[in-house]
Ligand binder design. Structure first.
Ligand code: GN1
Ligand code: MG
Length: 335
């Protein structure tokens, strides 16, 4: 037996029901239903995650520190290991968060609740020494590096896609001062234990309340503002990350304010440094900009990183992020 069914058997769930879970851009995820319980089984993308040991150690460190609740519970295989090897594939599993699922109706209450969950996560890991964590994806959130990578793809233009993206390229270049904004903030805020992929899709809700921050793949030492930025990028608009019509992608100020106020209220006074408080106002713009740059790079590179499900998907994603950026509060939009 190979594939998800074979991996499930090695976790102790032979004959389990297995259904793919859509949504992630990198790993393949499956819901496993077995008399023993419900689990999420994942085949890890080894092209992206080359340091599976470091990545696993980081998520275990966060789970050990916080316990099951704010974050999901990792489940070992029957042989006691965290990763199952099957040929070139590597599998790992989590207990499914009971009665919880992705956000179904994004409104101000949901946005506030998601902001508060991120705040509780940050408060909870504030005393988890980031120097104990591995750095499995070096310079993961780093606008300077992301923009340089885009320029490399542009110069190569291997698929002749640059011409068709001229408008997006111009807009990315116009917003390049955000690189300096993010770099300056990163120099002044403390290095923390950060989630680094705190988008709304990674927030699970139970009866309208945000209860669990999943997907610990990118937990790493770094500035917290990227987490708030990713949440603002995805929870301050009702538009999808890959909306085909950029005209529909605008920030909803009530959602934006709800995320920020939920977050601020959940982080106890004195935890955020003055620079971290200052970073709150730029977080959404810099994270949205970075995501636009990454999607555009992948479009130019021939769609090699983010999973795509339609032609032009990465270009549409980049356009949607640029449209959102244009309406988000940003240090560049201030008079
Ligand atoms: C990727 O696989 P997924 O959807 O959790 C990506 C994030 C991006 C996100 C955009 C390791 O996350 O950085 O922000 O897509 N993860 C990695 O939705 O690159
Ligand atoms: Mg992720």
């Amino acid at each position: 037996m190979t594939g998800a069914a074979g991996a499930a058997a090695r976790f102790g769930w032979p004959g389990a029901g297995i259904t793919p879970i859509a949504g992630g851009h990198i790993n393949d995820s499956f819901l496993v239903t077995h008399p023993a319980g419900e689990y999420v089984l994942q085949r890890l993308n080894r092209g992206v995650f080359t340091d599976l040991g470091g990545m696993t150690a980081n998520s275990l460190a966060v789970h050990r520190h916080l316990g099951t609740g704010l974050v999901p519970e990792p489940v070992p295989a029957a042989d006691g290991r965290w990763l199952v090897e099957d040929g070139d594939d590597r599998w790992r599993a989590w207990r499914r968060v009971p009665d919880a699922g992705p956000c179904t109706g994004l409104d101000a209450a949901a946005a506030r609740s998601a902001g508060a969950l991120l705040g509780r996560f940050h408060a909870g890991v504030a005393d988890l020494d980031p120097s104990r964590l591995a750095v499995p994806l070096p310079r993961f959130h780093d606008l300077r590096r992301r923009l340089a990578a885009l320029e490399v793809e542009l110069a190569a233009d291997r698929y002749g896609r640059a011409r068709g993206a001229a408008d997006e390229i111009a807009r990315v270049r116009e917003a390049a001062p955000l690189v300096g904004v993010a770099g300056d903030l990163a120099d002044r805020v403390p290095v923390r234990t950060a989630h680094f992929d705190a988008k709304l899709d990674n927030v699970l809700f139970r009866r309208g309340e945000a209860v669990c921050l999943v997907d610990l793949d990118t937990v790493m030492p770094g500035p917290w503002f990227w987490d708030l930025g990713d949440l603002l990028r995805t929870a301050a608009t009702t538009a999808a990350e890959d909306a085909s019509d950029p005209a529909e992608v605008t920030v909803d100020p009530a959602l934006y304010d709800a995320v920020v106020s939920g977050y601020r209220a959940a982080v106890p006074a004195g935890v955020l440094t003055p620079a971290e408080v200052e970073a709150v106002t730029a977080a959404g713009a810099v994270a949205t900009y970075e995501q636009a740059v990454r999607f555009l790079s992948d479009w130019l590179a021939g769609d090699v990183y983010f999973r795509t499900t339609r032609p032009g998907h990465n270009l549409e994603r980049a356009r949607a992020q640029l449209a959102l950026l244009a309406t988000l509060p940003s240090p560049l939009n201030r008079p």
